[in-house]
Design a protein around this ligand. Structure first.
Ligand code: PLP
Length: 384
């Protein structure tokens, strides 16, 4: 197993991205979804080649990206998407907005399953839609889609579903059964499902990831997947994502998007994504998953030891931990006090929807030392 180890703090502080520039140096930044690992070697090599050659123009109209993603999906998920039914764009957010614009009329409602990645609220609005919240159901051991709640919202006139699979912030990997139920419902009501699968490469071994479009014919009729290498391989600033479809009708909708949507793909993003999806990067991704597996368990141990009031379920995917701190009595938005007094920056729970009251989201895509320091700093506030 390749060891994928986070960079030391001093090196990370030399980075100039949002994670490292939002707060002063006395704050440990565990908020935004960037990771602290070096790049996968194939990505570094591809970007170095491009810099050396001054290969910094527009993306070409014919690139290996779709084939490269299809091969990745085959190897990693056992899914065989058709490269002829994919188009690139700058990022997952843009793909979601552009698709939603075509599948809902202004003022129509789009279902989101809260607590959810906060920009979803804005993306729906940007596309002209209105957010309809159908919270995830807490099963006692995890979370799942509330299929009955979604049916009620559709009965009430909602026209699309913006799915997050795997789910941010809970790390839930939706089961094939719940996705099949969702697809059947969407098909029955004739509404679209836009499936954000940005965290899919980060599903841990032992949990099966089900791409929405692989579920059944109903899913292929109603579904659009938006995928990217950007979360797993930390490429968010380079701007590249893919919109994937699997039926004549949905493919036609994506094909009709203005060519400008595709032109916004970043050249570096595309080169990096092709390298990320290549077989050469599998060993790095496996190493990353191993590191994240250790971190998600370390966090459970640290919370049990230092913050026994915290409620945390080990996520099945990703590097984001959804932690309920209600028992500590630090109010609806505990991250505020934690930032001010412990100098640890976490994502604010209430930003994910009202279900996020009392919660924080912590990014453990970093070193065990930083995770440990963060939890010890937070624990020092207890009783103060
Ligand atoms: C679920 C989800 N979707 C989309 C994004 C943003 O992706 P992009 O930068 O490609 O727009 C994130 C970023 O963390 C995310 O967690």
């Amino acid at each position: 197993m390749l060891e994928v180890t986070a960079l030391p703090l001093a090196e990370l502080r030399a980075r100039t991205s949002e994670k490292w520039r939002e707060y002063p140096d006395d704050v440990l930044p565990l908020f935004v979804a960037e990771t602290d690992f070096p790049l996968a070697p194939a990505i570094t090599a591809a970007l170095q080649r491009a810099v050396a050659a001054g290969d910094t123009g527009y993306v070409a109209s014919r690139t290996p990206l779709a084939d490269s993603y299809a091969a990745f999906a085959r190897r990693r998920f056992g899914w065989d998407p058709d490269p002829g039914r994919m188009r690139s764009t700058a990022d997952v957010s843009m793909g979601i907005v552009e698709i939603l614009r075509r599948v809902v009329a202004p003022g129509e409602r789009v279902i989101v399953t809260t607590p959810v990645y906060p920009p979803f609220f804005e993306l729906v609005t940007e596309a002209g839609g209105v957010v309809e919240r159908v919270p995830l159901r807490d099963t006692g051991t995890g979370w799942e889609l509330d299929v009955d709640g979604i049916r009620s919202a559709l009965d009430d006139g909602a026209r699309a579903i913006l799915l997050c699979n795997p789910h941010n912030p809970t790390g839930t990997v939706h089961s094939r059964d719940s996705l099949a139920a969702l697809a059947a419902l969407a098909d029955e009501y004739g509404v679209a499902v836009v499936s954000d699968e940005i965290h899919a490469p980060l599903v841990q071994p032992g949990t099966a990831f089900t791409p929405f479009l692989s579920v059944n014919d109903a899913a292929r009729r109603v579904g659009y997947a938006v995928v990217s290498a950007s979360k797993a391989f930390n490429l968010a600033g380079l701007k590249c994502a893919l919109m994937v479809t699997a039926s004549e009708e949905t493919t036609a909708i994506v094909r009709r998007l203005p060519v400008e949507v595709e032109w916004r793909t970043g050249q570096f993003g595309l080169l990096a994504a092709v390298a990320a999806f290549s077989e050469e990067s599998d060993v790095w991704l496996d190493g990353l998953l191993h590191t994240l597996d250790r971190n998600r368990r370390l966090l459970a141990d640290l919370l049990a030891e230092h913050l026994p009031g915290a409620r945390y379920r080990i996520p099945d995917a990703g590097y984001l931990a959804w932690i309920d701190l209600t028992a500590l009595g630090w109010g609806d938005n505990p991250a505020r006090r934690i930032l001010q007094d412990a100098k640890v920056a976490l994502h604010y729970g209430p930003a994910f929807g009202t279900e996020g009251a009392g919660h924080v989201r912590l990014n453990f895509g970093t070193s065990p030392e930083i995770i440990t320091d963060a939890i010890e700093r937070i624990a020092a506030l207890v009783g103060r």
